[in-house]
Design a protein around this ligand. Structure first.
Ligand code: GTP
Ligand code: MG
Length: 438
């Protein structure tokens, strides 16, 4: 599909930089290259050219790359200009290129949107591409690149193929039901496969929390009585004075967060208000927030001053809890009562604690290579798929036609995930996640 407009954008990062890459896609690409570079270049081979503005003056010397459609990222003619990464250079290039009739600035994600519309990528792959561009940790990169290569799509398309096959079998059975020689066991096989698929989809949906941990981070929440040394530990993990530390109980009132990269896994550590009875108004709000945060955590660190233990009361959370004795340097207290012992004063136990957190975060994201749903959108459509399958199975007394229709609806939901069926309504939401130039 050729769209009327050609689009251009700065596709590389913030300027100034060593090099800026300006990318153009669409029917005007060839003409723009010929005009600016003083002649056409060979496809897919970098050419060093003098790049000129509309008045013939030199903008810069740069590399020109031309990718003739349909074998390009977008499926249209695409070109890239690699110029010196100064703001004025990139600015003049963009000004010159948008000066051509039929060429305009690209909207966020518009290159990828064209790639999708031209069948170069499916919807899940475009989402994975957005994740790849945004990946900050090694785990995020691994997850995104595998999905951009189609691992997740292949799973959904495989299920969809099985359902289409199942429906064909059922419909064949309906058509031939008057004839004597159609074995009834065909539909038994079909329904047992549908049943198996419900289990597979459920297990896959269960992996969504893992995908959330990969993307949003493994949530570690530090709780404990006032003055237990929470903010001191928080600062030690953050390696800066992120939280105020005083000897006054009730110093921290709000949630404070730092994001760490522990061996390639994103970990969010939250410092909280000390838990105690009958605090003032502000502190009470802080304590409620602390409790809520602990409930939603992936790991709770319950700190206690070993020298002067104060009971913090019960901490409710489904997450594993590590009891940590603090202020070990004071040399008092029962060391046996804790899972770990630390001192932010002399650094004792901090490295071990950090590796324990890293170990648990790595375990939480499981094996690299697990295929997980990467968006809530996927989970919602998968749940609908499952519901249709379940009702197809449960309608044992009903006619086969109705049950075949449920299979069709289920396959349709899977098709919506990858964008194989009409998804026009989803596109604006999905492509707005991209940056300009992608
Ligand atoms: N000796 C010693 N003192 C510590 C250690 N960690 C914290 N402290 C002291 O304990 C006091 C309380 O520390 P904070 O880190 O503010 O404790 P907190 O748990 O955040 O307290 P609240 O925010 O009030 O709930 C401060 O005076 C710290 O200097 C430690 O490892 N050794
Ligand atoms: Mg504090």
């Amino acid at each position: 599909m050729i769209s009327g407009d050609s689009i251009v954008a700065l596709s590389s990062g913030r300027l100034p930089a060593g090099i800026a890459v300006i990318r153009i896609s669409g029917p005007k690409t060839r003409f723009v290259v010929e005009t600016i570079a003083g002649g056409m270049v060979k496809g897919r081979i970098a050419a060093l050219r003098k790049l000129r503005a509309a008045d013939g003056s030199l903008i810069d010397n740069g590399l020109v790359l031309f990718f003739p459609g349909p074998n390009s990222f977008t499926g249209e003619d695409v070109a890239e200009f690699h110029v010196h990464g100064g703001r004025a250079v990139a600015g003049k290039m963009l000004e010159t290129i948008t000066g051509f009739d039929g060429v305009r600035h690209a909207e966020p994600g518009e290159f990828t949107r064209r790639a999708f519309l031209n069948g170069k990528l499916d919807l899940v792959e475009t989402e994975a591409l957005a994740d790849l561009v945004n990946a900050e940790t090694e785990a995020q990169r691994r997850f995104a690149v595998q999905n951009a290569e189609g691992a997740q799509s292949a799973l959904y398309l495989g299920w969809r193929r099985r359902l289409i096959h199942a429906r064909a079998m059922i419909e064949a059975e309906i058509d031939f039901s008057d004839e004597e020689d159609v074995p009834g066991s065909v539909s038994d096989t079909v329904w047992s496969d549908v049943n198996a698929m419900i289990g597979e989809i459920s297990r896959h949906i269960d992996g969504f929390h893992t995908a959330e941990i990969i993307r949003d981070g493994f949530e570690v929440v530090i709780v404990g009585a006032p003055n237990a040394g929470k903010s001191s530990l928080f600062n030690a993990l953050a390696r800066r004075e992120a939280a105020i530390v005083t000897d006054e109980p009730g110093t921290t009132r709000d949630l404070l967060e730092v994001v760490l990269d522990l061996n390639g896994v994103r970990v969010r550590v939250t410092d909280t208000a000390g838990l105690r009875e009958a605090p003032g108004k502000v502190e009470a709000i802080g304590i409620e927030k602390a409790r809520a945060k602990a409930r939603a955590a992936d790991l709770v660190l319950l700190l206690e001053d070993m020298a002067e233990p104060v009971d913090a009361g019960a901490v409710r959370s489904d997450a594993p809890l590590l009891r940590i004795g603090t202020k070990a340097d004071l040399g008092r207290g029962r060391t046996g009562a804790y899972d770990a012992i630390i001192s932010t004063e002399d650094g004792k136990g901090l490295t071990d604690l950090l590796s324990e957190i890293g170990r648990r975060a790595a375990a939480a994201i499981g094996d690299a290579g697990d295929i997980l749903p990467s968006r809530l959108r996927h989970v919602e459509l998968l749940s609908e798929t499952k519901r249709f399958l379940a009702s197809a199975l449960s309608e044992l007394g009903q006619g086969q036609e109705l049950r075949a229709e449920e299979l069709r609806l289920a396959a349709d939901r899977l098709g919506r995930i990858v964008g194989a069926v009409d998804v026009e309504d989803l596109l604006d939401v999905i492509f707005s996640q991209f940056c300009i130039g992608k």
